[in-house]
Design a protein around this ligand. Structure first.
Ligand SMILES: Cc1cc2nc3c(=O)[nH]c(=O)nc-3n(C[C@H](O)[C@H](O)[C@H](O)COP(=O)(O)OP(=O)(O)OC[C@H]3O[C@@H](n4cnc5c(N)ncnc54)[C@H](O)[C@@H]3O)c2cc1C
Length: 477
């Protein structure tokens, strides 16, 4: 890939590009082919896959000064939920120099990795791998906070099709910047979400996204409540449980879920993380998709089985030691948080719950609380200037085309990780990043640079299209 800035002048011609959808901006016009906003794993994967494509001119803008993957949850010994093949590039191009295996080779770790047989990378190692990949990319501008995007109707330089003006500020120096591009790829991730009842006490509530930075402060309290029961909640509970006696706090883990359930990862279920399932899901009516997502908690919201077992073992060890000191730990299910009051004088939370089966309302007083209550869609303020170019659903979410575009022409503005309700549970999964980025690159260049798998599942998600399955109501047969 060619970088990039608006001052760029010597850009080569673009042979082999057969884009029907959008003509490419003229080289030297100062209009890039695309600007990607945000540099999490999804846009980083795009940057790595775009890098070898000749003459594709892109720029990646990230507001942070460096890459750090969910630093608030970089807890010791936590791992990715996907095997290492779900790295930034391998599922699109196993020969890519940006693969995890090449990282191991270049860093002298390949034999150690081979001997350890650790297919699930630690989160810290994945973070180091991403930073290594970034050091080889020329297309990234850190400390670049995007504040506004506007659309400019056709100019001579942009192929006569109009372009986007992306402006913002350097976060440290405050210096303004302006870049122009024919297309956008928005990869700004999601935003930490607290239950609505926490609004009044918001400034005292710690979300799991900030756990590592606030851990020491939490551990000074005499009691801590962990709210939620997804993977993050479980990792935090386990981390706090291990150090419970050393710091002498009482620990309580409370969830709305009816049980501390396991994230399902049997093979036929994993087939739902596939192009086949995206096609099936995408073509269902809106209300049916909503219903499906509401019933799929165990596929992406649960806790991995080994962590549940570790927690159980540790709790049981502590129970065996009971009577020899040690602070209590409690686990409570079925309890929905309905109120959250912070008493400044007492420096305590009064958390109100309803036990959903019994209908019993109760209050739990705790000095510290950590809310592992998930993330919501991030619709950044900078798109206000192009709001009317975007397709929205009736809930104020982007309405994605099958090719991940959200603009009215279905060819200009692409999004990462914003399609839970259109593309299903594949949306936040690192394992589908290469697939999505291969599709986006095909749209950006008009060519399928990376072979896109269409069918990988052994099962049929819709009624099979063969004579053996007659599609007709029973009474007409
Ligand atoms: C703790 C945790 C662990 C996870 N583990 C896994 C896992 O093991 N496997 C899996 O499949 N999924 C996992 N996920 C889910 C998902 O894959 C990750 O959340 C992933 O980081 C999402 O990547 P992203 O690129 O969408 O966003 P993010 O990683 O959130 O990155 C978005 C970036 O955009 C930048 N940005 C935002 N606004 C602007 C702006 N205006 N200007 C410039 N930059 C901006 C932000 O600074 C940020 O760096 C995990 C999620 C969490 C929270």
């Amino acid at each position: 890939m060619v970088l990039s800035g608006p001052s760029e002048s010597s850009i080569m011609s673009t042979p082999n590009v057969k884009s029907k959808a959008h003509s490419r901006p003229a080289p030297g016009s100062g209009v890039l082919d695309f600007i990607a906003i945000g540099l999490g794993p999804f846009n980083l994967s795009l940057a790595c896959l775009a890098e070898p494509i000749r003459d594709l001119r892109g720029l990646f803008l990230e507001r942070n000064e460096d890459f750090d993957w969910h630093p608030g949850m970089l807890i010791d010994d936590t791992t990715l939920q996907n095997p290492f093949l779900a790295d930034l590039v391998s599922l699109a191009d196993p020969k890519s120099p940006f693969s995890f295996l090449n990282y191991c080779k270049q860093e002298g770790k390949l034999y150690a990795y081979y001997i350890r047989e650790r297919f699930y990378l630690s989160r810290a190692e994945y973070n180091r791998y991403c930073k290594w990949a970034i050091r080889q990319l020329s297309s990234i501008a850190f400390s670049s906070q995007v504040e506004r995007v506007e659309y400019v109707e056709r100019t001579a330089g942009d192929g006569g099709e109009g372009h986007y003006v992306v402006s913002g500020r350097h976060v440290r120096t405050g210096a303004p910047f302006v870049h122009r591009a024919a297309r956008l790829v928005i990869g700004v991730g999601s935003v930490p979400q607290l239950p609505p009842c926490c609004e009044e006490a918001r400034e005292h509530c710690i979300h799991s996204a900030h756990y590592v930075a606030r851990k020491r402060e939490l551990q000074k309290k005499r009691s801590i409540a962990v709210i939620g029961s997804g993977q993050s909640a479980a990792e935090i509970f386990y981390d706090l449980l291990k150090e419970c006696d050393e710091h002498d706090y009482a620990l309580t883990w409370i969830t709305r879920s009816p049980r501390f359930f396991q994230m399902e990862n049997t093979k036929l279920t994993l087939e739902m993380i596939s192009p086949d399932y995206i096609d099936y899901f995408y073509n269902l009516p809106d209300n049916v998709r909503e219903g499906i997502i509401a019933r799929q908690d165990s596929l992406y919201k649960g806790v991995n089985a080994s962590l549940i077992n570790q927690i159980y073992d540790l709790l049981d060890d502590r129970r065996s030691r009971a009577g020899r000191g040690g602070s209590p730990a409690r686990l409570i299910t079925n309890s929905e948080l309905t109120g959250c009051h912070y008493d400044r004088n007492e420096a305590r939370f009064q958390l109100r719950f309803v036990q959903r089966d019994e209908g019993v309302q109760y209050t739990h007083a705790t000095d510290g609380a950590i809310f592992a209550t998930g993330y919501g869609q991030n619709v950044p303020g900078f798109i206000d200037g192009i709001r009317e170019r975007i397709r929205w659903d009736d809930k104020g979410r982007y309405r994605l085309s099958r090719n991940y575009a959200i603009d009215v022409n279905e060819r200009d503005i692409f999004v990462q990780n914003a399609g839970l309700y259109s593309h299903g549970l594949t949306n936040p999964d690192l394992g589908m990043s290469c697939y999505r980025n291969s599709c986006i690159l095909r749209e950006l260049t008009g060519e399928e640079h990376y072979k896109i798998e269409r069918r990988i599942a052994l099962q049929d998600f819709s009624v099979p299209d063969t004579d053996a399955f007659v599609k007709a109501p029973l009474e007409t047969q």
